[in-house]
Design a protein around this ligand. Sequence first.
Ligand SMILES: Cc1cc2nc3c(=O)[nH]c(=O)nc-3n(C[C@H](O)[C@H](O)[C@H](O)COP(=O)(O)OP(=O)(O)OC[C@H]3O[C@@H](n4cnc5c(N)ncnc54)[C@H](O)[C@@H]3O)c2cc1C
Length: 286
Amino acid sequence: MHTFAYARPATLAEAVALLEAHGPAARLLAGGTDLVIRLRDGTARPAVVIDVKQIAELRPAIHEDGGRLVISAGTVMTDVASDERVRRSFPALAEAAAVVGSVQIRNRATLAGNVCNASPAADTAPSLLVYDAAVVAEGPDGTRRIPVDDFFVRSGVTTLARGEIVTAIELPLPARKMGAVHMRRTRRRGHDLASVTLCCGVDEVEVTRLAYGSVGPRPVLMIDESGVLADPAATDEAKAPIFERMFADASPSPRSMRASPEYRLAMLRVLGARALRTAIDRLAQG
Ligand SMILES: Cc1cc2nc3c(=O)[nH]c(=O)nc-3n(C[C@H](O)[C@H](O)[C@H](O)COP(=O)(O)OP(=O)(O)OC[C@H]3O[C@@H](n4cnc5c(N)ncnc54)[C@H](O)[C@@H]3O)c2cc1C
């Protein structure tokens, strides 16, 4: 393994100062389920690794604050998936967190790390997009709230600026009833990255939010306000052109070894239609 310095700051200010001083030569370490693999295979070669687990502000915690559910950057998937407030208000996020990797991975992997790693296949990204979540970042110029849709650029690249560290993910508590579901397609049962990962949410004023990943350089959010997708009585023929518009941004890589572009695009349509039906049913069930 490539040699690197290791720092374990106790305060956020110290971490920000280290990040600012080292720039792209520094990498933050949370659960390490992405980073340690990259350190081992040499695809990440930082000069310094900054372990964030001793920073008080990042300690695992989920709490409500001013109409938002705040999930601190140290919170792992197991706790996201089992939290009663997440399950009640953001069930599709709980479902997504519950399928990440294996029990061992979920006990280490943080929600913030999943987002910051910016993999197009990140399972929590579609539900965070559907629920209109924001990434809270602390940096040399203070605090920024970045809508998740403005956060992803491409695999491994986000809009975080030099010196910024993610402290939390915030989700606005829903003002309207919504039925939502997370679905994904993997090559096999057990732990595997998704060939398609998708979330669909339908709310009581018939707005449909559909987000999908693993079919292009970054996860995509599309919104249908026509009411046609949300209408249980609308025919498949009426829905088809709207679905096609929503899937127009999918551009799977032909170089992926996980699935061909044709398969991913076909599965995107199957899962999209299936998730829409489930979201409508869940909305009806309250
Ligand atoms: C066997 C296996 C199976 C997996 N299966 C899945 C799966 O099914 N679905 C899925 O989505 N993912 C899967 N993953 C990927 C991984 O578990 C997730 O992406 C995880 O959530 C990353 O979180 P972490 O805390 O381990 O991040 P780390 O590995 O510690 O960090 C990941 C990246 O985020 C950066 N980072 C971490 N915290 C912060 C912060 N607070 N501020 C700014 N940057 C930060 C790091 O510098 C690094 O670049 C799997 C991984 C493994 C090894």
